[in-house]
Design a protein around this ligand. Structure first.
Ligand code: UD1
Length: 430
């Protein structure tokens, strides 16, 4: 397994290009299953999760082509998907166990073909993450759902039927899956307490461009008038707000200055306000965000994760790392996932001062210094928190299990090196 080696202490200065959003791209790819026409997605990030989703679609029978593209002088990918000859309606265990988002094939395959078998995802490092809302809602739309041998067997006689759905939790995954089921259903579906995350809005924009009739975008009540058929479309994936927020912290933690090119400030208002409150300068430009913490003394600040537009749980670990370099105490409260402080024991090994209370909150006290150490990543965002700590730690930090980072951070070492970090990947066979 590859490792990442960092020598801490460099102030980061320069520009980082922010890629297309992984969490938007994954459901957008699956929306291609709703039509026999071609769906073209531009500004796609080059990540292992995208490759995994493409491999799943290919084994269903989707024809995929890829092209290199350029956005603001930076290389991006364009993929085209053609789900004309679907030969297989099974999402097998080996795909789902590697990437839970494989469950996004459920809604579209059921809506278009009336049948699908999906290996039921288990829990993961950050929580139990059940799929009950997805499955109950599909049942309310007339689907028959059975769980046998670890698989969800879903079927529908004729088209799914529009229904009034009220979600128990504003789940991003359930909102996307049910949107993709409802667009081809007979009649109108009303989805209450829908997730308002920008990635959901991006999916709605693609579906409407394909001929769907969805109203209520960016609100918690979505109305979907089912149509009989959808057609091809071309869509540009939104920029990755979590990648942007992660590099914003890289600027702040090293007391540097980074321009995040292609970042969309409007999607990051809560985290940017926290950075301002802590004492960093944050400038929103038409094409990005500039974070300037040069010469600043940052002060601690309390954070509570919440549904969008609240503070994203996917930036909690990174901001917790930042608080270690701020003056005073900060309280971090996690409300979305039940086990999302797995980065804390590793940070403690680097000299952090953190007290976790139960599973929900942590008190972080600023320390004079962090010390490099070999550390173990447990999930994607926790891994980036360890990279951030390594960037300011004295000496060498080795982050193990880099495959977590490769799922969600495109060209991580290249991007950090370009702004002055001393960071290298140690290949397994080096
Ligand atoms: C998505 C993101 C993830 C992010 C999360 C919250 C992707 C691929 N992943 O995950 O990075 O951290 O949103 O912003 O986009 N829940 C249930 N039953 C369900 C569905 C969800 O109890 O049927 C619970 C979950 O366990 C969790 C909460 O609802 O506690 C929110 O989960 P959800 O919004 O569904 O997250 P994901 O879509 O899995």
């Amino acid at each position: 397994m590859d490792k990442i080696k960092i020598h801490g202490g460099n102030r980061l200065e320069g520009k980082i290009f922010i890629s297309g959003a992984k969490n938007a791209a994954l459901p957008l790819i699956c929306a291609s299953l709703l039509t026999a026409d071609t769906i073209t997605l531009t500004n796609m990030p080059m990540l292992s999760d995208i490759r995994a989703m493409n491999a799943l679609l290919e084994q269903l029978g989707v024809k995929i082509d890829s092209f290199n593209d350029f956005l603001d002088g930076h290389e991006t990918k364009t993929y085209s998907y053609r789900a004309q000859n679907i030969e297989n309606l099974v999402a097998p265990y080996d795909f789902v166990r590697k990437m839970r988002a494989s469950y996004y094939v459920l809604g579209p395959l059921l809506a278009r073909f009336g049948k699908v078998e999906l290996s039921l995802p288990g829990g993961c490092a950050i929580g139990a993450r059940p799929m009950d809302i997805h499955l109950e809602s599909l049942e309310k739309m007339g689907a028959k759902i059975e769980i046998r041998n670890g698989y969800v067997h879903a079927s529908s006689e004729g088209r799914l039927k529009g229904a009034h759905l009220i979600f128990r939790i504003a789940s991003v995954g359930a909102t996307c899956n049910l949107l993709m089921a409802a667009v081809l259903a007979e009649g109108t579906t009303i989805l209450e307490n829908a997730a308002k995350e920008p990635e959901v809005g991006d999916l709605i924009n693609l579906l409407n461009a394909m001929g769907a009739k969805i109203s209520g975008i960016n609100t918690s009540i979505l109305t979907i008038e089912g149509v009989e058929k959808l057609h091809g479309a071309t869509h540009k994936v939104i920029s990755d707000r979590i990648e942007a927020g992660s590099y914003a912290v890289a600027a702040a933690i090293t007391r540097g200055r980074i321009e995040l090119v292609n970042a969309q400030a409007s999607l990051l208002q809560t985290p940017l306000n926290i950075l301002r409150q802590m004492g960093a300068d944050v400038e929103e430009t038409p094409n990005g965000i500039i974070i300037d913490a040069r010469g600043k003394k940052l002060t601690g600040c309390d954070i509570m994760t919440d549904y969008y537009p609240g503070f994203p749980t996917d930036l909690q670990a990174q901001f917790l790392a930042l608080m270690l370099t701020a003056e005073g105490a900060s309280m971090i409260t996690e409300t979305i996932f039940e086990n999302r402080f797995m980065h804390v024991p590793e940070l403690l090994r680097m000299g952090a001062n953190i007290n976790v209370h139960g599973h929900a909150s942590a008190i972080v006290r600023g320390v004079d210094k962090l010390y490099g150490a070999p550390v173990m990543a447990t999930d994607l965002r926790a891994s980036f928190a360890l990279i951030l700590a390594g960037l300011v730690a004295e000496g060498e930090t080795i982050v193990n299990r880099v495959y977590h980072l490769d799922r969600g951070y495109e060209k991580l070492e290249e991007k950090l090196k370009a702004v002055g970090a001393d960071i290298n990947r140690i290949k397994e066979d080096d």
